[in-house]
Design a protein around this ligand. Structure first.
Ligand code: ADP
Length: 470
């Protein structure tokens, strides 16, 4: 936990009492601040009251806070700063001339000497953040990982200048930075998303580009040049940034920077004197071009943090992957069982269907608009589809005459049928893949619960095979 001594005896407002807000209050309390807190959700207020006693923290409606005396307002990333319109606490702060920030800014203020690697992008943030943390840890470096992923920033341990923070950052969190900067900043990719919260695509791209603000000549900016939006950020930085600017591509061969070629070979062209290559193609937990993009950025961040190409290769190869994202669960009789439960829309599922040639596909749940029609280009990779959940009828209609399918209703029946068929057909490279392209809420509490159930089924089956009961 970070102790926020800068705010001793100062009055601070904290709005939003979920994970990050609660960690903020804990850190401010440890530093001796006077804190005014609120959350519009009654449940969050009740949970808060169970954890904190009134004293230095006062749970009170923000309209009654002493705004003129507040030093700063800390809001959770979920609270609108500008769009669709500023939250009422933001308006009150602006009227009183109070600074509005988030927890990442507080971490940076409290730990100015510790190097920070910041990761943002529309997709792949969690994977890249975890991958960088894993590589650095494997190489014996002292790191703390969190932010938008897992542990909130202020619940991380304090570090000296020999440690490093690896931080996943959402565009909302980036909007709330005001004085801090990252020693290494990564922009993975930008595709249309969250436009409601940023007003326009320009607003969203601008929020992402905040990650490069205030970088100096000792800092590094790693930027994708594969999509138009990221490329425009790259061009802008070329004009304005003092940082070392590194382009990263998985679609073009580059003379400088880092790229992954068609065969999945990563080329390090950071320094013409020390070129390096790493074959990503055979790394089980980094399957697919999208993961090669994540790996290329992780490589760049770690290399520029002083690791050797061989140390990085070791870390890439031993990366256990993230749960529910193309997670390799087990290989049984040469059939790989893969949990991609996080793929809750067609776009995410496209990344799961693209890299495999022989798929027994478990798909369905609570459907999203457009269903699986956008995935038709990948249907040749699918041997058979096993349909589950509310989407059954709609998906059966899309698949009719295109690929064979079976209506299974539940995940358990789909798992059984897919495994049996894959074992019976004995095709090389067969995978039983849960990549639902749907939300889970028709049958599960969350995509995690759905994915855990799939993993448990695969592990049970593996046990049976090992003990000879299959
Ligand atoms: P985020 O934290 O940005 O949501 P994750 O690493 O959790 O990203 O991955 C979420 C889903 O996004 C994965 O299941 C995968 O399908 C897809 N994905 C991962 N990395 C990328 C990438 N670099 N480009 C596009 N899609 C990706």
């Amino acid at each position: 936990m970070i102790t926020l001594r800068n705010y001793q005896d100062k009055k601070v407002g904290v709005f939003g009492l979920a994970k990050a807000g609660t960690a903020t209050v804990t850190s401010l309390l440890a530093g001796g601040a006077d804190i005014f807190v609120w959350d519009d959700k009654e449940d969050s207020r009740k949970t808060f009251l169970k954890q904190f006693v009134e004293g230095k923290t006062k749970l009170a409606d923000p309209k009654s806070w002493p705004w003129k005396d507040l030093d700063v307002l800390v809001i959770s990333p979920g609270v609108p700063l500008t769009h669709p319109e500023p939250h009422y606490t933001v308006k009150l702060a602006k009227e009183a001339g109070v600074r509005v920030i988030g927890d990442i800014e507080l971490l940076c203020e409290a730990q100015p000497l510790t190097p920070k690697i910041g990761i943002t992008g529309t997709n792949g943030k969690s994977t890249t953040t975890s991958l960088i943390a894993h590589i650095l840890k494997t190489a014996g470096r002292k790191i703390e990982v969190g932010g938008n992923l897992g542990t909130p920033a202020l619940a991380l341990a304090p570090q000296g200048n020999d440690g490093c923070y690896v931080l996943e950052l959402s565009s909302y969190q980036l909007d709330l930075l005001s004085t801090s900067h990252f020693n290494t900043a990564i922009l993975l990719n930008v595709t249309p998303d969250h436009i409601d919260r940023h007003g326009s695509m320009e607003g969203y791209v601008a929020a992402k580009a905040h990650i490069f603000e205030r970088q100096n000549k000792n800092d590094v900016a790693l930027v994708s040049i594969d999509d138009d939006y990221s490329r425009s950020v790259y061009s802008g930085l070329k004009q304005t940034s003092k940082a070392r600017l590194v382009g990263v591509s998985v679609t073009h061969d580059l003379k400088q920077g880092i790229f992954v070629d068609k065969e999945g070979v990563l080329h390090d062209k950071l320094n013409p004197e020390q070129p390096a290559v790493i074959n990503l193609h055979d790394i089980a937990n980094l399957t697919g071009r999208h993961n090669w993009q994540n790996a290329a950025f992780a490589y760049g961040a770690c290399r520029l943090h002083g690791l050797s190409p061989r140390d990085i290769e070791k870390g890439l190869k031993s990366f256990p992957g993230l749960r529910h994202r193309l997670q390799m669960v087990a290989t049984i009789q040469s059939v790989r069982f893969i949990n991609d439960s996080k793929a809750t829309n067609a776009d995410a599922t496209s990344h799961a269907l693209a890299p495999f040639g022989c798929i027994y596909w478990i798909v369905g749940g609570k459907p999203k608009e457009g269903g699986i029609l956008p995935l038709t280009a990948f249907f040749p990779n699918v041997m058979h589809a096993f349909l589950i959940g509310e989407a059954e009828n709609a998906f059966a209609a899309t698949l009719e005459g295109r690929i064979p399918y079976t209506r299974c209703g539940t995940l358990a029946r789909a798992f059984e049928a897919a495994a049996q068929k894959a074992f019976a057909e004995r095709k090389p490279g067969a995978v039983v893949l849960l990549s639902p392209a749907c939300a889970s809420f028709d049958q599960w509490k969350s995509f995690e619960e759905r994915g855990d159930a799939f993993c448990a089924m695969a592990e049970k089956l593996l046990d049976k095979v090992i003990t000879g009961k299959h």
